[in-house]
Design a protein around this ligand. Structure first.
Ligand SMILES: *[C@@H]1O[C@H](CO)[C@@H](O)[C@H](O)[C@H]1NC(C)=O
Ligand SMILES: *[C@@H]1O[C@H](CO)[C@@H](O)[C@H](O)[C@H]1NC(C)=O
Ligand SMILES: *[C@@H]1O[C@H](CO)[C@@H](O)[C@H](O)[C@H]1NC(C)=O
Ligand SMILES: *[C@@H]1O[C@H](CO)[C@@H](O)[C@H](O)[C@H]1NC(C)=O
Ligand SMILES: *[C@@H]1O[C@H](CO)[C@@H](O)[C@H](O)[C@H]1NC(C)=O
Ligand SMILES: *[C@@H]1O[C@H](CO)[C@@H](O)[C@H](O)[C@H]1NC(C)=O
Length: 638
């Protein structure tokens, strides 16, 4: 029995010692669950331990768990030596730091590869203290390339029965595999939604990285034409999740036409006759269907959505209809507009064209033009406004009222609508002669004198010329309008004569007389003629002095002027002599002038004709200088 008790005690002690031993094991290892690192970076796995003994005496061993779940040692180290196991995937790229006195070792893995994503075990053997181990999983990450979106180029019809491809997104070379989410505007699109299909294709590249492609198929609706679509790519990175978005795309949505819009595009505003009218038609569908235009139920050729009506008239008024057949739904739509063309007819004048009225009579003329719009009428005579409104009233007709009246009718509200007409008014009556030249004129004898006579009256006056002494009257010209005559004659005067211009018509005769006085040239100015003769082209001077109207007292004036002229001539002569003298002296000095000759004789030579001329001193001077110059040459010839 005692023996049995002894045995029991022994077993109990043994068990107790076992329990004690477990409770007092002095090695404890602490490690993180996971260490996260980017592909290619360096990973550091820390193994912290506590031992009661000196840390110098511990043995550290690192293991990895292969993909096939095999535990392989990759490192061994004690106080004196450290060994990296040969032949493994980590042989060349791991190192362990912190051996010796410290209570933590760090396993460093350089240039982490995807296949390094494994579980690592740190085993610490404290000999007398026993042993312990910890585990850390190494996680490797690779961010995908910037995602790319491609949209469907062709239009998508809302009437498609099944979801149609909208586009595709691709995120390349990510690890672990990225997720792609589609968005329409602000909201994400899920496979679970009606009419949405998101197809995802994941490819594992030879590098071990993932490429994800996602295609979106949709039952598009009309409002998708204004939507934009894009993808969001989410992927893991050490310590979190990151997201990037693609560009936004839009799609062309085809939807049926339900109504048409028709309008006159040009001209803007009112249309007037002669305009070219452009009518546009637009459908509310996409694409635009083929349009057909009807103008007052007549089909017209058109270019796509534009109908051009050239040179419209009021007959073009009416309905313009645009129809279209939707090729998707085979439904016909229709739109229409009304065309209204404004017009202004030619002006109608009453009386028409011409009107003859007696002096003292009254005329009420009207000018009207039919228009679709209010008009404004203005009457003009010789470009001057004489009346406003449809009616022109001429009271107490006198000759001055005769003439052409133009009425201009305008539509003030529409630029370019304008018409006009004219009325010629004749006022009947005895002719009137317009006073022109002075009836008394003096003429040099043997000269022809021009006389003109301007008469007006209706019917057209007939002008006859006569003279008191049957002098010869030569008709030079006659200009005639329906109520005016201008007659110009030339009369040869030998002695004082009276010429008559008689103008007559059915209503009487009027006459005007011209007294022509023949003046005999005076000889009192003879001394001066010697000098003035170089001016002999008297033909120029003479007619001027004659035709200009000279007052009735010419003889006196001639005399008066004559004395002044004589004084001037004498002064000029002295001046000329002085100049001549100096010139002669100069020439003599130069030895070019043979003594004894002078230009005096030459100067007197062309002295002919006995007409009195009102001289101008500067002319004479010039003339003399000219003759001196003329003299200058002959000597050089000698
Ligand atoms: C360390 O390990 C080596 C080889 O196993 C051994 O020869 C050496 O004695 C050990 N050193 C200590 C201090 O335990
Ligand atoms: C460990 O030993 C090194 C020298 O080998 C010494 O510099 C360091 O301070 C010691 N660290 C501890 C925690 O004892
Ligand atoms: C990807 O989607 C799966 C399933 O929805 C989810 O479990 C995972 O966390 C996602 N990954 C990322 C990086 O967002
Ligand atoms: C997409 O949107 C842009 C700008 O909003 C526009 O110019 C383009 O025409 C649209 N493309 C399609 C296919 O709708
Ligand atoms: C416009 O129409 C009118 C009347 O039909 C015609 O007299 C005129 O010559 C036309 N003008 C042009 C430019 O075709
Ligand atoms: C023109 O009128 C004058 C005066 O009135 C008259 O003496 C003369 O005979 C008339 N001449 C002609 C040709 O009628």
């Amino acid at each position: 029995m005692a023996l049995r008790m002894k045995a029991c005690m022994f077993v109990g002690l043994f068990l107790l010692s076992l329990a004690w031993k477990a409770a007092w094991a002095k090695v404890q290892v602490n490690m993180e669950d996971r260490v996260e690192v980017f592909l290619g970076d360096t990973a550091q796995i820390t193994c912290m331990f506590t031992v009661s003994d000196s840390p110098d005496n511990v043995i550290i061993q690192w293991y990895m768990i292969t993909k096939t779940n095999v535990r392989l040692r990759i490192y061994y180290g004690n106080g004196t030596m450290q060994v990296v196991d040969r032949g493994g995937q980590f042989t060349d790229k791991i190192s362990v730091k912190g051996m010796g006195n410290s209570s933590e070792v760090v396993l460093t893995i350089r240039d982490v590869k995807l296949e390094d994503e494994l579980e690592f075990i740190c085993h610490v053997n404290g000999r007398s203290d026993g042993s312990d181990e910890g585990r850390t999983v190494l996680k490797v990450f690779a961010s995908p390339d910037r995602p790319i979106i491609t949209g469907e180029e062709s239009g998508i019809s809302v009437s498609n029965e099944y979801p149609t491809k909208i586009g595709s997104c691709e995120a390349k070379n990510g690890y672990p595999r990225p997720n792609i989410t589609w968005y329409r505007d602000q909201s994400s699109l899920q496979n679970t939604q009606d009419g949405v299909i998101v197809g995802t294709l994941v490819t594992k590249e030879s590098s071990g990285l993932y490429t994800v492609q996602s295609e979106l198929h949709l039952n598009v609706v009309k409002k998708d034409k204004d939507s934009f679509f894009y993808c969001e790519v989410s992927y893991l990175v050490p310590g979190g999740t990151k997201m990037t978005e693609t560009n936004k795309i839009n799609i062309t949505v085809y939807y049926p036409t339900t109504s048409l819009d028709v309008w006159v595009e040009s001209p803007k505003g009112s249309v007037k006759e002669g305009d070219t009218v452009e009518v546009h038609c637009r459908a509310d569908g996409n694409p635009q269907p083929l349009f057909t235009f009807m103008h007052n139920m007549e089909e017209l050729e058109s270019d796509l959505n534009v109908l051009v009506l050239k040179n419209v008239t009021r007959q073009s008024n009416g309905n313009i209809m645009c129809t279209a057949l939707d090729l998707d739904t085979y439904e016909e739509s229709l739109g229409q507009t009304e065309l209204f063309v404004d017009y202004l007819d030619p002006a109608i004048l009453i009386p028409k064209d011409t009107h003859v009225m007696a002096q003292g009579e009254e005329l009420m003329a009207t000018c009207n033009a039919l228009s679709s719009l209010p008009t404004h009428t203005v009457w003009f005579k010789k470009g001057k406004k004489v009346a406003e409104g449809h009616t022109l009233t001429l009271k107490d007709a006198v000759f001055d009222m005769a003439g052409t009246y133009v009425c201009v009718v305008k539509v003030s509200s529409l630029e370019g609508l304008e018409t006009s007409g004219s009325l010629r008014v004749f006022v009947e009556g005895r002719p009137e002669i317009k006073k022109s030249a002075d009836p008394v004129q003096e003429v040099s004898p043997e000269k022809s004198q021009k006389l003109s006579c301007h008469a007006r009256g209706y019917p057209t006056p007939v002008i006859t010329w006569s003279s008191s002494d049957k002098s010869q009257i030569l008709k030079l010209s006659q200009r005639e309008t329906e109520d005016e005559v201008l007659s110009v004659v030339s009369i040869k005067v030998t002695s004082d004569v009276t010429a008559y211009c008689n103008a007559s018509n059915d209503h009487g005769t009027v006459s005007i007389s011209f007294s022509l006085k023949a003046i005999v040239p005076t000889t009192s100015s003879a001394p001066s003629t010697t000098v003035t003769t170089p001016l002999v082209p008297v033909t120029v001077v003479a007619p001027v002095t004659v035709t200009t109207v000279t007052p009735v007292t010419p003889p006196k004036r001639v005399k008066k002027e004559g004395s002044g002229v004589i004084i001037a001539v004498i002064i000029i002569c002295i001046l000329l002599l002085a100049i001549l003298g100096s010139v002669l002296y100069f020439l003599y000095k130069k030895g070019k002038l043979p003594c004894g000759r002078s230009g005096k004789q030459d100067l007197t030579k062309p002295n002919k004709g006995g007409i009195v001329v009102e001289m101008k001193s500067d002319n004479t001077e010039e003339a003399v200088l000219l003759s001196v110059n003329g003299d200058k040459k002959p000597p050089s010839d000698q």
